[in-house]
Write a protein that binds this ligand. Structure first.
Ligand SMILES: Cc1cc2nc3c(=O)[nH]c(=O)nc-3n(C[C@H](O)[C@H](O)[C@H](O)COP(=O)(O)O)c2cc1C
Length: 178
């Protein structure tokens, strides 16, 4: 079955390590016949949630920016891939802004399959614990979420260092099997 796969690439580096993993995932998924939409958050205007709860009736956010189109994409996707570098043991600010703004429609983004892609300079899995927990905490708030896979792009600092790491093959394989 062909799926609609939405990849949310959170890094401010468009040609960085997590972006490379996102592209490999997309390549595998497209080869398997899935429809892939890859959004780089750095290209989008996503303001911070104001906690005004304007969204409480009707799910429409008071802030008029690119988050509306991202929420549309999240609602229609079968699969959501969330990617972020580890920034001080958390997700980066772009990804956190997106997660918070999803409060406008967190009740309608249901029954999604999730994959998580992370990159970090340290070469351990535990460096990603908090980042992974941010993603999982978000998915736990959404009805019917299912976690399908996690990519640990560890031991990479400068852009491109990921290219000869096993995580690249894992991302491609996960995309193929999505
Ligand atoms: C603000 C900032 C905070 C970072 N914090 C961490 C960290 O806590 N642990 C770590 O291992 N690497 C940290 N890094 C390094 C990045 O995670 C690493 O360079 C990663 O490869 C960036 O991924 P990207 O190319 O996809 O942006 C940090 C980098 C920046 C710019």
């Amino acid at each position: 079955m062909s799926k609609h796969i939405l990849i949310l690439a959170g890094s401010p580096r468009k040609n960085g390590n997590s972006a490379a993993l996102c592209r490999e995932f997309a390549r595998g998924a497209e080869e398997s016949g899935h429809r892939v939409e890859l959004i780089f958050l750095r290209d989008k205007k996503i303001g911070y949630c104001l906690a005004c709860y304007h969204c409480k009736s009707g799910g429409v956010c008071a802030i008029k920016d690119d988050m509306a189109e991202i929420l549309d994409a999240m609602n229609v996707a079968d699969v959501i891939v969330m990617a972020s570098p580890v920034y001080f043991y958390s997700v980066d600010a772009q990804m956190k802004a997106l997660i918070d703004r999803a409060v406008a429609q967190w009740l309608t983004i249901k029954n999604k399959e999730f994959y998580y892609i992370m990159t970090a300079a340290e070469d351990t899995d535990t460096v990603m614990d908090c980042t992974l927990e941010c993603f999982r905490g978000f998915a736990r708030c959404l009805e019917g979420s299912r976690e399908r896979g996690v990519i640990y792009g560890k031991g990479v600092y400068a852009p491109g260092e990921i290219l000869d790491k096993p995580a690249m093959r894992e991302a491609y394989a996960m995309g193929r099997e999505a």
